[in-house]
Design a protein around this ligand. Structure first.
Ligand code: ASP
Length: 317
């Protein structure tokens, strides 16, 4: 009898951010380009899984593709902070080893997800910030650095100008950020060894100040992976931190035996809006179940299920 187990089916889910995404805000051309870029990220991640590569390699490949697209708020196309610059956050986590790496407030790293992975694999730490993260990047010849203006795009500059005009007209506008973000990217993969990994990357929130860091680089808030499931979040980061979104979803699965769908919905449709926040999350478990839950009008997303069926979507279908 052949005792060698068959390779397990693989799966991948990605997001390009949740938020107020209305059909009439997006022209047909933008919509087509977003689907195409989500498709490229799925291709990049799934190619890794298809050839027997690790979930970690797959989520890094998918998130790098999304960071390189100007359409999402990560890498090229990241939002501007209040000083007209970009400060980027990213994280990775590998489920079966519980290793994690993250960076926050980096200004010159072309693909922050790869620096987060380098922190995990080549430093004794989990989270490096700002100047220290750059010093670490300077020791790594595999980490590409770019001028901060590399991240500029005209549509993000317009968003900053609009946010600052709103703030001048109404000081309270700076406080209410509901729906005023979107475009953070993330990926969760299940590989043929049954291992799960998660990666998340963002420019944060438009017009952010004072070295603000959101949920994305915080393990347990914007990113989580363990041996059962992986989660990547997108939304109003302050609320995702206060709800420990990603870990709460995983804990409901681990301790209560909730299905991944029930656990994700309880947090994204319950805990986060109950506190006043909004956003969404993608999640994937070791059986290949994929969940995409959001309490906003849209979430850019894409998936490849264990049976090979794949798709991309923006709005509620
Ligand atoms: N969660 C991100 C942050 O607060 C923003 C987003 O998801 O678009 O930094």
């Amino acid at each position: 009898m052949n005792t060698k187990s068959q390779p397990r089916p693989v799966a991948l889910v990605i997001h390009g951010g949740a938020g107020v995404i209305e059909r009439d805000m997006l022209g047909a051309e933008d919509e087509r380009a977003i689907h195409a870029d989500l498709g490229k990220a799925l291709d990049a991640g799934h190619a890794v899984l298809d050839r027997g590569g690790s979930a970690l390699d797959a989520v890094e490949a998918a998130v790098r593709a999304l960071e390189d697209s100007p359409r999402f708020n990560a890498g090229h196309g990241a939002v501007f902070d209040a000083d007209g610059r970009h400060e980027l956050d990213a994280s990775v986590m590998e489920g079966h080893t519980r290793r994690a790496g993250a960076v926050a407030g980096v200004t010159s790293i072309r693909n922050p997800v790869s620096l987060a992975r380098a922190v995990m694999e080549h430093s004794p730490h989990v989270l490096l910030v700002g100047a220290g993260a750059k010093d670490f990047a300077d020791t790594r010849s595999d980490i590409e650095q770019v001028p901060n203006a590399y991240f500029d795009t005209p549509h993000r500059r317009r968003e900053l100008e609009q946010a600052q005009a709103r703030e001048r007209a109404d000081a309270d506008a700076a406080e209410n950020l509901k729906g005023k973000y979107f475009g953070t990217v993330g990926a969760v993969a299940l590989d043929a060894d049954g291992h799960i990994a998660t990666a998340t990357s963002t420019g944060g929130m438009t017009n952010k100040r004072w070295g603000r860091v959101g949920d994305t680089p915080l393990v347990g808030a914007g990113t989580w992976a363990d041996e059962r499931c992986g989660i990547s979040g997108t939304g109003w980061g302050e609320f995702f931190i206060r709800c420990a979104v990603a870990h709460d979803i995983a804990a409901r699965v681990a301790y209560r035996g909730d299905t991944l769908q029930a656990a994700t919905d309880a947090v994204i449709l319950g805990a986060v809006p109950d506190l006043g926040g909004d956003g969404g999350a993608i999640a994937l478990d070791r059986d290949g179940n994929i969940v995409m839950s959001f309490n906003t009008s849209g979430m850019y997303r894409g998936w490849v299920r264990p049976d090979g069926t794949r798709g991309t979507a923006i709005f509620r279908e």
